[in-house]
Design a protein around this ligand. Structure first.
Ligand code: ADP
Ligand code: MG
Length: 721
């Protein structure tokens, strides 16, 4: 029936209402106190799961649906297939699985036959749920074993006593997230009662004209259908949250997302900003600071940025391009334009190492001028820090490069006009705003190396204009990428040795995540020791986030200067450094990374003219799927192709990290799947934002309320309403 055989663990699953549940009005009444009698213990249980208000239940989206329009007889159940049947418990007993480990087994029978129900766990609760003589609905995959036919860990629910179709049988039945199977019945009944009493109070945020034009069902009707599907509804569509009712909810999510973005963008645009003086001569001078000619893509981006800067509205632009596509160079031109016009520039990087590198780059670019470039970081001595802060505050330093330290208290600018953010996926919207507030509505340029598929970029950064660097500077040789499973690892190390003999350098990268930090660090440490033992005459160094800043700097500097041959490091230390002589990168446990991230990482080699290599070493733990996934990187060097693939494989949530993005969450809509719907929603949102930017019209009252609730105050900057 197209559903996954294994059940998610209800403990880990959240019984969360989708974000549309209203926070005010009749639907915000507490579940226990809304005129519907609910046992206090059930209320407590619901509250513990975060279900507190009537609306939370109405907007609790079923996880799956079960087809109980016709229950099978036990004889009709087919081995290897999922099925739902009803029967009576004939026998129930504990099962000795092995000494000290008990299971539970029951026999379920109807007039056509019997099957065994087996659990590899037991306890008093099993006996109370499966007592002899009880009629149960069981659902699961039937297996034919030597001993007969059985279901292992079936889902069970008490059957209705007789009386034909009801909420629980004779129809398509919802299964709610966060509740055990034996609790479903109670939840289903409660939701049905709440729906009967309160659906009429559901306010439809969409203007009727829009809803009708797009052929969407009214919200209350959609909710009713989601909890109690009609007999002829498409089960597959319901299960995949693609039914017309689900589509209505998905549309609302996308529409409110786009509307919020559109209004925020308008709000930003309407604030007075700085109109920089930009002309052909100034542009030529700024470009002349670079030791090379811009690529066509860079020239286009510079022109777009120049045009934005010249306008009185603040620039809000995203500069997107692969690692090495020349974003920093473009940013330097923008900085030169701002500085020439008498303004200060802030450049924010996600790590200290990257900040140091950007500082070095900018110091080089502006070396022939008298422009002072300061490095503002969280480390260094107190007096040093005070000196740089003072240089920025007095305006002596015209450019300040730094980490988050830049947005923390204590760094003031004399005349901040342009903010450059090397995002690398690290900063949320809030941080951007914090830096934005340091000046008088400065222009903002965000650089990102994550090639986000265009449709997604429009959604995630819908309030930013977009420039894309889709062309690499000349003289690069493409990187050859190979996936090597454990038996082929020796060949990889031979290939690395070959590069080392040519005088080149190598990166060996280990993943590091907080949850398994100790193990990951140990892996990297052992890896470094092994490589040092393999090449006693080479210098192997280990770099990770736990080292002191001075140690990190020393190792990095030694690698940059070519004194270190092999740099073993964890990805906590973003290796965003430019070392042209490094020609090979080995990535351990590569299956633990997303494809886009791997693509970004491998961009650290191939920065010079030498042929470069990247070896992806999945561990045994990755399994055969890992290899297949990683092979995408063998075949493509196009960041956008890889991003699309990544999106397809991992889904947009993980890809975008929306939770950190400061945008409302999407529960029903899926940005990858619903691109067409999203485009329609965006268009309609734009039209409304243009026609009624304060949503003051009476037909927009519901919309305004829904918008404020959905964005939870994150829209305040746009001053909606
Ligand atoms: P990104 O910031 O996108 O990773 P960078 O701006 O750091 O890329 O550029 C990567 C490398 O390419 C740097 O060494 C830079 O000097 C060089 N580079 C950038 N643009 C050009 C160009 N138009 N021609 C030649 N080299 C360039
Ligand atoms: Mg860069």
């Amino acid at each position: 029936m197209g559903r996954k055989a294994e059940e998610p663990d209800p403990e880990e699953e959240l019984a969360r209402p989708i974000s549309a549940a209203p926070r005010e009005g009749p639907l915000a009444q507490p579940i226990g106190g809304s005129g519907i009698r609910v046992p206090p213990r059930l209320v407590e249980g619901l509250n513990r799961k975060g279900l507190e208000r009537v609306g939370d239940l109405l907007f609790l989206l079923p996880r799956t649906y079960e087809d109980r329009r016709r229950l099978s007889t036990i004889r009709e159940l087919r081995p290897g297939e999922r099925g739902v049947a009803v029967g009576t418990v004939r026998m129930a007993r504990d099962l000795m699985i092995r000494p000290g480990k008990r299971g539970f087994q029951a026999v379920l029978a109807d007039e056509t036959g019997s099957i065994a129900l087996t659990w590899f766990q037991s306890g008093p609760w099993m006996k109370s749920r499966v007592p002899v003589g009880k009629r149960l609905i069981v659902s699961g995959e039937l297996r034919a074993t030597a001993g007969g036919r059985e279901m292992v860990h079936p889902e069970i629910e008490p059957a209705d006593e007789g009386r034909g179709p009801s909420l629980h049988t004779g129809r398509i039945v919802p299964v709610y997230p966060g509740f055990e199977r034996h609790e479903q019945r109670q939840v289903r009944e409660l939701v049905a009662r709440v729906a009967a009493a309160h659906l009429a109070a559901v306010e439809d945020p969409l203007p009727p004209e829009l809803r009708e034009r797009l052929g969407l069902p009214p919200l209350a009707q959609a909710l009713a259908r989601i909890h109690q599907p009609a007999p002829d509804d498409d089960l597959g569509a319901l299960d995949q949250h693609r039914s017309p009712a689900h589509r209505r909810l998905a549309f609302d999510e996308l529409f409110l997302l786009h509307l919020g973005l559109a209004l925020r963008r308008q709000g930003v645009k309407h604030e007075p900003g700085i109109a920089f003086r930009v002309d052909g001569e100034r542009l030529a001078r700024a470009r002349g600071l670079l030791p090379f000619t811009l690529t066509r893509a860079q020239a286009r981006a510079v022109a777009e940025i120049g045009r934005d800067m010249a306008r009185p509205e603040p620039m809000h632009r995203l500069l997107q391009g692969d690692v090495g596509s020349g974003k920093t160079a473009v940013a330097a031109v923008a900085a030169a334009l701002a500085v020439e016009d008498g303004w200060q520039v802030a450049l924010m990087a996600p790590t200290e190492i990257l900040a140091a590198q950007h500082h070095a780059t900018f110091a080089r670019v502006f070396g022939k001028t008298d422009v002072e470039v300061a490095l503002v970081t969280g480390t260094g001595s107190g007096s040093e820090k005070r000196r740089t802060r003072e240089a920025v505050e007095s305006g002596r330093a015209r450019i300040a490069v730094g980490t988050q330290a830049l947005i923390q208290e204590g760094t003031a600018f004399e005349r901040l006009g342009l903010v450059l953010i090397d995002e690398q996926h690290r900063f949320g919207v809030l941080q951007r705003q914090a830096l934005g507030q340091k000046g008088r509505r400065p222009d903002v340029l965000v650089m990102t190396a994550t090639p986000i598929p265009r449709t997604l970029a429009m959604t995630l950064y819908g309030d930013l204009d977009l420039s894309v660097l889709d062309e690499l500077p000349p003289g690069r040789t493409p990187i050859t990428t190979r996936v090597a499973t454990p038996p082929r690892h020796p060949e990889v190390w031979e290939a690395v040795e070959l590069e080392l003999r040519k005088g080149r350098q190598a990166y060996v990268l280990y993943p590091l995540v907080e949850a398994s930090e100790k193990v990951d660090l140990a892996d990297a440490t052992r890896g470094a020791e092994e490589l040092q033992a393999r090449w006693p005459h080479r210098r192997v160094e280990l770099l990770h986030g736990r080292l002191k800043q001075e140690e990190k700097d020393a190792v990095m500097e030694a690698f940059r200067a070519g004194r270190v041959d092999v740099l073993v490091c964890t990805t906590v230390v973003e290796v965003g450094v430019d070392v042209a002589n490094a020609s090979v990168m080995v990535i351990q446990n590569a299956e633990r990374f997303g494809l886009s991230q791997l693509h970004q990482l491998r961009g650290r080699v191939g920065r010079g003219a030498a042929a470069s290599f990247c070896y992806l070493l999945p561990s045994f733990a990755g399994g055969p799927d890992a290899r297949e996934r990683l092979e995408v990187l063998e075949q493509s060097t196009d960041g956008f192709v890889i991003a699309e693939k990544d999106l397809e494989l991992r889904g947009p949530g993980e890809f975008l990290g929306t939770r950190q993005s400061g945008l409302p969450e999407l529960s029903v809509a899926n940005l990858a799947r619903d691109q067409a719907l999203s485009a329609v929603a965006a268009e309609e949102a734009k039209a409304i934002a243009a026609a009624d930017p304060r949503l003051a019209g009476p037909q927009h009252r519901g919309l305004l309320r829904a918008l404020e609730e959905r964005w939870e105050g994150k829209l305040s900057l746009a001053r909606v309403g």
